[in-house]
Write a protein that binds this ligand. Sequence first.
Ligand code: MG
Ligand code: ZN
Length: 228
Amino acid sequence: MHRTKVRIVEDALDANNTIAQANRADFARAGVAVVNFMSAPGAGKTSLLERVVGDLPGVRVGVLEGDVQGSMDADRLAGLHVPVTQLNTDPSFGGECHLDANMVRSALGALPLDEIDLLVIENVGNLVCPAEFRVGEDVRVMVSSVTEGEDKPLKYPLMFRTCDLVLVNKIDLLPHLDFDLEKFLHHIDQVNPRAPRMLLSARTGEGIEQWREWLTGVAAGVREGAPA
Ligand code: MG
Ligand code: ZN
């Protein structure tokens, strides 16, 4: 019984990976580099995008905004004059708490692939299942804010293990928190020692320049994602 259940989950993830590879091939054919951008709800994904997407030198950016419902984040980003496409998992995909390759595939026709060099896919806020589903990305970036606590890499190891960059956000709040930054970085080392990390604050702008440079590098094809 247990073995059957495991088998069904593995088959579902295999099917997802096949579609993700098709997406990635389509993006590559269009010359578009793709970032899968993930975090828990409220970690600051949209704010970190607001800081950079309107001003990446020489790079035309588009955003695919994943949410269960609504378009509040897409509306914020559209004000920056970058093309934003909304992808809601409710009602079309049962209100799923993550994006999968099939959902992204369903949005391909709505994406202006000829007009962009870089697509950032803002995933649904969730530290669990988004980590399991490739969507066709070249690289995975996650945000972990200091308000979430230093134990998160140990509690959600798959998310931290499969990402190519960790953005540590809200560092302007460090003086007000009992957050042990050294311990947190050590926990990242325990699950993903090769992951680069950046300390930044979307609110104050501290550290944003290196985030901008890193994203620009993705568009230039100099960032290599870890193999699936
Ligand atoms: Mg958001
Ligand atoms: Zn989910």
